[in-house]
Structure formats: structure tokens, C-alpha cells
Design a protein around this ligand. Structure first.
Ligand code: ASP
Length: 266
């Protein structure tokens, strides 16, 4: 889409939609379960050109929570809608819904059973999806979608739909999408802190993103971000053992990686 001159906003929405449709990822179909055995999804999209943003939290039903978030951004006066009100709005706007069984994944169900049995010993399971993009016109956008964390308390909302925590985009600085222990990303306003370091401290994206991930790790919170700045520089730092990630730029082959520290954009 970007190579054909499409917008950053459409590109991040399309990328996240595809990942939500894949049950291997913890977003949309294949979302993790709460400790009550339910699924509650959070999603957010932000347009760096004008800082329009839309998000939904604690929803179950829309086939693609990111499309629900986009409807909030484009068709409501609000930024964040939650629960039943969000669902009613989505139905009014013609957002596609799926039957409950569509979202179920046996692997996620077993993950919940293991987490309930060995609450302390199980490492946290992530799998949130996100995308950032810069288009030919220099517009930035970010989108993030998640089922949250396995065994979470029903009603818990993570960093994903919180602007400046798990998702942020501003053409003047950068676009960020985060994954990890959401509570830490919220308390540190992680995505906004990366952007603020660019604007106020003149740091490169790479330095700013690494510094914030390191700060969270020092506080006990693991995770990572995918980020692109106004010049097109990339940063994909993480403090977890691995992070599924990929990137591409004009005239370059697609790169994907899981474990090793990636690409340095300078
Ligand atoms: N950040 C997400 C949350 O806390 C979880 C994740 O990234 O896997 O809801």
C-alpha cells in the first residue's frame, strides 16, 4: 500500500487487521482469556498528521477491534469508547461482528489453564500486534491491538488503547506501537516519553526508544516497541527474550526477526 502511494493510516490499519485475523497473535481472533474465561480486546489507531485518534477498550464482538477503533476516530466526537457503549456504537456504524466461537483458540485456552494452575511460575505471554508507518507525504501513523494479558481481571484495560502509553503518532516526532506489561507502559507514559525525548532533548529515535525500554526494564516491566520517526528512521528495541517483528522501506527487501537485536537505523 505504501509503495503504491497509500497513506500511513491505511497501511497500519491493514497490517493490524491482517494480524488480528491470524489466531497465532493475541489480538482479535486468538485473543488471550481473562481469569474468568472471557475475552476482552483493546485497540487504538492514531493519525500523526492531525493527532486524530480512536480507541476501544474491553470489547468482545467486533471481528477487527482496530476497525472499531477507526470508526471511533472517524465517526464519533470521542477518542475512547469502552464496553457495551462501544459495541452499540460499532453496531450503529456497521462495523463487522463475529460469533463468539470465532475468537476462541484452544492454545490460548490451555495457556489460561496453565496460568491458573501455576500463577507465579508461568512467564507472562504476550502477542499484542502493532504497526507504525511513514508514507510518501511524510505522514506518520500507529495502530495497536490486543487481547491483553492472560488471566487478567475482567475489566482491566492495558496500555494499548491509551494514547501516549501503548500507542502514539505525531508527524512532528514519531509513531510508536508498544507491547509488554501494559501497567508499566501506562505509568511511564512510554510512547509519549519516546516522542518527548525527540522533541525536547533532541535525541535520535533509536536512543530515545532504547532509553525508555531500559527505564521500564529497570522498574521491572518488560516489553518493546516498534517506532518510526519523521525522517523515516526505525527503532525496534525490546527487553523480552524475543519480539516478533518486521520492517520494510522503499526499495528494500522485507526483514523479519524474532530474537536477535535487529537493525540499527542510527
Ligand atoms: N501490552 C498489552 C497489555 O498490557 C499486552 C501485550 O503487549 O502483550 O494489554
Amino acid at each position: 500500500m505504501l509503495a503504491a502511494g497509500g497513506s500511513a493510516l491505511n497501511a497500519v490499519a491493514a497490517a493490524v487487521t491482517a494480524l488480528e485475523d491470524d489466531p497465532l497473535f493475541n489480538a482479535g481472533r486468538g485473543s488471550v482469556f481473562t481469569h474468568a474465561g472471557t475475552q476482552e480486546m483493546d485497540a487504538c489507531i492514531m493519525d500523526g498528521a492531525d493527532r486524530r485518534a480512536g480507541a476501544v477498550a474491553s470489547v468482545f464482538g467486533p471481528r477487527n477491534p482496530i476497525q472499531a477503533a477507526r470508526a471511533v476516530m472517524e465517526k464519533s466526537r470521542h477518542v475512547l469508547l469502552v464496553g457495551e457503549g462501544a459495541l452499540a456504537f460499532c453496531r450503529e456504524q456497521g462495523v463487522a461482528f463475529c460469533e463468539p466461537g470465532y475468537f476462541h483458540s484452544d492454545a490460548r485456552w490451555r495457556e489460561l489453564q496453565r496460568a491458573l494452575e501455576h500463577a507465579e511460575r508461568e512467564p507472562p505471554q504476550y502477542g499484542t500486534v502493532g504497526a507504525v508507518a511513514r508514507d510518501r507525504r511524510g505522514n506518520l501513523a500507529a495502530a495497536t491491538s490486543t487481547g491483553g494479558m492472560t488471566g487478567k481481571t475482567p475489566g482491566r484495560v492495558g496500555d494499548t488503547p491509551i494514547i501516549g502509553a501503548g500507542t502514539y503518532a505525531d508527524n512532528a516526532s514519531c509513531a510508536i506501537s508498544a507491547t509488554g506489561q501494559g501497567e508499566f507502559f501506562i505509568r511511564h507514559a512510554a510512547a509519549f516519553e519516546i516522542a518527548a525525548r525527540l522533541r525536547h532533548a533532541g535525541q535520535t529515535l533509536d536512543r530515545a526508544a532504547r532509553a525508555v525500554i531500559a527505564e521500564l526494564a529497570a522498574a521491572g516491566g518488560s516489553g518493546g516497541v516498534v517506532a518510526v520517526d519523521r525522517t523515516g528512521a526505525l527503532a525496534l528495541p525490546f527487553s523480552t527474550a524475543g519480539m516478533y517483528r518486521g520492517f520494510v522501506r522503499d526499495g528494500m527487501a522485507i526483514h523479519t526477526a524474532i530474537y536477535d537485536e535487529p537493525y540499527r537505523s542510527g
